[in-house]
Design a protein around this ligand. Structure first.
Ligand code: CP3
Length: 342
């Protein structure tokens, strides 16, 4: 029997709205913090037994309808030898940013079986322990990965990345294609190991104008989603602040579009059209608000999507570290009750 989550991604019949949370395993959990006292983030990703333990934590604690592999979008970059660190409360920092044609050579072809065998090993172990709960595999979108590689770390303006895009569009495209190939190989390895769905986190595409997104990013994404089609698993495409890009994202070839809270979910759903499913979109900061505020906002989202096939409830971005675990537990309950189709 196909899982509730996958059926919703495929816009099939569901008895209620499935729910999971981006960053559902992480610092808001005391159990996770304890693991982090002895291991660095990227060490957890490289150890299938610990990775499995951390991935399963929220499934057991919150009763969510899907697990997401505990990993990071930077894992395949490190696997091909890019010097990169994740700095606490900052994000990924790249020792030697990529800025010229010769720098591109440092992004060699990813061979998952050799460069990151722990990824497929973790997926296999998690899938075996999950039983009926589906596992989501994921990767970073080429643009979002490029942002760290070119800027050297997190950025507000993305001026170096955009500078490269406009000054040397061919080099920018070559970089994007290399990253798309890496993302493809990383996702294929996860699907072949048993992942039931794949999400591409293209978190930072919202910094682009619709015209630049269409010219410099969309064609690469279309090629990537086309090549993922043969895997026959739902493909989710997520970005932050994408209200200006929804029609273009809907042309990417993804099956599900993930949206943040800055756009009304019903509006977003209408704009991507009836052929695609939608995922979102509660403001993660709301989980720090009073209980009835959370309940009201969650009910509004479920209500707005009532009667439309293909909605997966999620936050508009990752769970914040300050989130009380009980607030997430209650949110799962509310979504379940509100969306029950009698
Ligand atoms: O959703 C999940 O439960 C799976 C885990 C997951 C992580 N990273 C683990 C992680 C996922 C899906 C990611 C994706 C990721 N990583 C993205 C795309 C999603 C998004 O948030 O937009 C991005 C941009 C990254 C890069 C990255 N890694 C950032 C910006 C940070 C935060 C730095 C900080 O300290 O605040 C990380 C670190 C990171 N990756 C943490 C986790 C749980 C938190 C820090 C830690 O535990 O050390």
């Amino acid at each position: 029997m196909t899982s509730l989550f996958v059926r919703a991604c495929e816009r099939g019949e569901v008895e209620r709205t499935p729910v999971w949370f981006m960053r559902q395993a992480g610092r808001y959990q005391p159990e996770y913090r304890r693991v982090r006292e002895r291991l660095r983030l990227l060490d957890i990703c490289e150890r299938p037994d610990v990775c499995t333990e951390v991935t399963l934590l929220p499934v057991r604690q919150l009763q969510v309808d899907a697990a997401i592999l505990f990993s990071d979008i930077t894992v395949p970059l490190r696997a091909v030898g890019i010097g990169l660190d994740i700095v606490e409360n900052v994000g990924p920092v790249v020792a030697e940013p990529l800025r010229s044609a010769s720098d591109l050579e440092r992004l060699r072809t990813l061979v998952p079986e050799e460069d990151e065998p722990y990824v497929a090993a973790a997926v296999r172990q998690i899938v075996a322990e999950l039983g009926d709960v589906p596992l989501i595999g994921f990767a970073g979108g080429p643009f979002t990965l490029a942002s760290y590689l070119v800027e050297g770390g997190p950025s507000r303006s993305y001026r170096r990345l955009k500078g490269l895009m406009w000054q040397d569009p061919q080099l920018f495209r070559a970089l994007m294609e290399r990253l798309a190939d890496m993302t493809l190989r990383h996702l294929v390895a996860q699907a072949e190991a048993g992942a039931a769905a794949l999400q591409i986190f293209d978190s930072w595409i919202g910094c682009l104008s619709p015209a630049d997104y269409r010219r410099h990013v969309l064609p690469v994404m279309q090629g990537l989603f086309r090549r993922l089609e043969a895997l026959h698993v739902p493909r989710i495409y997520f970005g932050v602040e994408t209200a200006g890009l929804l029609e273009a994202m809907a042309e990417s070839g993804a099956d599900v579009i993930g949206v943040d809270w800055r756009v009304e979910i019903r509006t977003a759903a209408d704009r991507i059209g009836p052929e695609l499913a939608i995922q979102g979109n509660l403001d993660p900061a709301l989980l720090l608000a009073p209980e009835d505020e959370i309940a009201q906002a969650a009910k509004a989202i479920v209500g707005a999507m009532g009667g439309r096939r293909g909605h997966i409830f999620n936050l508009g971005h990752g769970v914040l570290p300050e989130t009380p675990p009980d607030a997430l537990r209650r949110l799962v309950e509310i979504v379940r009750q509100e969306s029950l189709h009698a």
